[in-house]
Design a protein around this ligand. Structure first.
Ligand code: HPA
Length: 241
């Protein structure tokens, strides 16, 4: 058994853990993961853009990443997403426990059930994120005094370009709170593999059209990401003080 953490922009390392790089071969391609045996069960860490942010959102091999985690015996996954804020009540620097998504991606390999293995399944998405893990994030955040918004709808755009102001207005009308580029198909693939998966978004900018230009956070980002890593590790491992 093992636990998995997947992170994206602004989070390329888990500073307090000794991580060993491993190349994992899967039916869907090879992927690089980082393993720590300092925690029990072991932790498998995947920085989805690569440690030097060389893999753009639409080119991430989501299937290889999720299959690698499955192969390594991962039974719980926490994912983090840097996002833009759409909902005026969720300003940059906010942390949100995501509870639903809207998919605006295209051209991605987004399922294991593509007919290749003669099974087609229509995976249930009434609760895309695991409610137990979701609750655990909220409890842990409370105990650590980290403000986390309890719910939020994540809209996934394809990227790598940012959105237009009209796209953001449309997303807002559709009920999206935050926008990112990597949340889908990651959560879908995890669900297809029956691995409980929960996601935490942290906002690094107002989405397009809300201010004159999109400005990414610089101040406060270090503390935000440190809080986020702490929150994810403690949610999984319930570390004692
Ligand atoms: N749009 C899409 N993805 C993002 C954004 C954004 O404004 N900010 C961070 N990831």
């Amino acid at each position: 058994m093992a636990y998995g953490i997947i992170t994206g922009s602004a989070l390329y390392n888990l500073p307090h853990l000794n991580l060993k790089e491993q190349l994992i071969q899967t039916h869907y391609g090879d992927t690089k993961v980082f393993l720590s045996t300092e925690v029990d069960p072991p932790l498998i860490f995947i920085p989805r853009h690569g440690v030097n942010h060389t893999i753009p959102p639409h080119k991430i091999n989501y299937r290889a990443n999720l299959m690698a985690l499955k192969t390594l015996g991962v039974t719980k996954i926490l994912a983090a997403y840097a996002v833009g804020s759409i909902n005026p009540d969720i300003p940059p620097l906010s942390i949100v426990a995501i509870n639903d998504f809207i998919d605006f991606t295209n051209g991605r390999e987004s399922t294991f059930f593509d007919g290749e293995k003669e099974i087609v399944e229509h995976t249930e998405m009434s609760q895309p994120y695991d409610p137990v893990l979701h609750q655990k994030i909220l409890q842990t955040a409370k105990s650590l005094n980290i403000p986390v918004r309890k719910k939020g709808v994540y809209v996934c755009s394809n990227g790598p370009r940012l959105e237009t102001p009209s796209e953001i207005r449309m997303f807002r009308l559709l009920g999206a709170d935050v926008v990112g580029m990597t949340g889908v198909p990651e959560v879908v693939l995890s669900k297809e593999l029956n691995i409980p998966f929960a996601a935490i978004a942290f906002s690094v900018n107002w989405a397009a059209g809300i201010e004159k230009t999109v400005r990414f956070l610089e101040e406060g980002l270090e503390e935000l990401t440190a809080n986020l890593i702490n929150l994810m590790l403690r949610t999984l491992y319930n570390f004692e003080e």
